[in-house]
Ligand binder design. Structure first.
Ligand SMILES: [Fe+2]
Length: 398
């Protein structure tokens, strides 16, 4: 297995649209990033993060020290919650503008990094609200530079142009995808991930698996997406059980982080469709639902519905989980084996366990079609996304 030959304690640079540092100890590269910010004339930054992880992971020690040593003033906004909302982004934007921030740093998982992307845009559009951005009332072509310090292995947001923020009043959880959302620098350091609990370890990796299942089967997929999807699923299948058993196993965290990152590149290219378009209404209606758990609950039914239309690709990328020939009539088996795999890593929940009933289905279907951006994702599904198909996926997931 070639992974054994990879020196996971050496930090390597990976250049996508974002300049990424990957490896155990990569957080130390923030010292170089801080110097580069000074070289670029940036003297003030705003930092968006959640309540505690930025400290617990050890990221803050390195980041705060590097900023101070390089004479960069900072504003710390540590109120970003899971499933972040537009009001918090507006508040952070107002504070960042008042402070005079010239770059935005997100420390955390998808929520702080997506908020950082949103605030980086909103600082350049002071007359607008974050809700305007997510309701597509304007198209941004500028943003402050973004630096993403990633502390979970699931979203891939540290290297992609997507961001998601909820609009609470409308129960919308839309996504945006703009060129200006690419972070300038990103850090993927497995040392920052070892504190993730079993649930988060699992849900974040399942998020990555969903990204690539969708990107490899969308109407705009490419051979590149299929290659990235194969590797993402192989690595998650290999290393997720290891990380669940041994949370401090750096090799496992490294390859889960790498899998999540290439999963981000995969859907940045191939986009998403059913599982994300149908999960966003779940966590919009109930913001306590973890994104990856919502996706896991929907995935078997999604596989059942799309398998006949893309059986060869799914058979190929799901090979570590189930041996299939790529024939249309294997849909049920594919769905069943994916469900069994999810149960094997600890996800047994159904939509009912998340608090939904038959009565909620019409509202969820409605939100899947009316939430800005989700209709676009649905239009990329390999099987035409009619209300009947969307409804069937929700019902089969109960
Ligand atoms: Fe996701």
């Amino acid at each position: 297995m070639w992974e054994k030959t990879m020196p996971v304690n050496e930090v390597r640079e990976i250049i996508t649209k974002t300049h990424l540092y990957l490896g155990a100890g990569a957080i130390q590269k923030f010292n170089d990033i801080a110097k580069d910010l000074v070289n670029k004339g940036i003297k003030k930054v705003a930092i968006l993060t959640g309540k505690a992880a930025y400290i617990k992971t050890g990221a803050w020690d390195v980041v705060s020290k590097a900023l101070e040593e390089n004479g960069i003033e900072y504003l710390l906004y540590n109120k970003i919650t899971p499933n972040p909302n537009s009001h918090d982004c507006d508040e952070a934007r107002d504070l960042a503008v008042e402070f005079g921030a010239e770059a935005i740093i997100g420390i955390g998982g998808g929520s702080p990094i997506d908020s950082a992307k949103s605030v980086a845009i909103m600082c350049c559009y002071k007359e607008n609200t974050t809700a305007d951005l997510y309701e597509y009332k304007f198209t941004p072509d500028k943003a402050l530079p973004i630096i993403a310090i990633n502390t979970t292995h699931g979203t891939g947001t540290e290297v992609d142009r997507f961001a998601v923020v909820s609009l609470l009043e409308k129960e919308y959880k839309p996504a945006i995808a703009y060129e200006v959302c690419y972070p300038m620098y990103a850090i993927d350091d497995p040392n920052l991930m070892v504190g993730l609990g079993k649930g988060q370890t699992c849900y974040t990796s399942v998020d990555a698996v969903n990204h690539v299942v969708e990107a490899a089967t969308s109407l705009v997929t490419s051979p590149y997406c299929v290659m990235l999807a194969k590797e993402t699923i192989r690595l998650v299948h290999q290393y997720l059980p290891v990380a669940l058993e041994e949370p401090n196993n750096i090799e496992a965290r490294y390859f889960l982080t790498y899998a999540s990152m290439i999963g981000g590149v995969c859907f940045d290219n191939g986009m998403l469709h059913y599982t994300h378009a149908l999960e966003h209404p779940l966590s919009a209606v109930k913001p306590d639902i973890t994104h990856g758990l919502g996706l896991a609950v929907l995935l078997p039914a999604v596989i059942r519905h799309i398998y006949p239309a893309c059986s060869e690709v799914l058979a190929e990328i799901l090979r570590p989980i189930v041996q299939l020939e790529g024939k249309e009539n294997e849909a049920e088996e594919a769905a069943l084996k994916v469900k069994e795999w999810l149960v094997s890593v600890g996800i047994k929940e159904t939509l009912k366990d998340l608090g939904f009933t038959e009565k909620d289905v019409p509202k969820l279907v409605e939100l899947a079609f009316t939430t800005p951006s989700l209709d676009l994702l649905l239009s990329l599904a390999p099987v035409k996304a009619t209300k009947e198909v969307v409804e069937a996926i929700y019902r089969e997931s109960l």
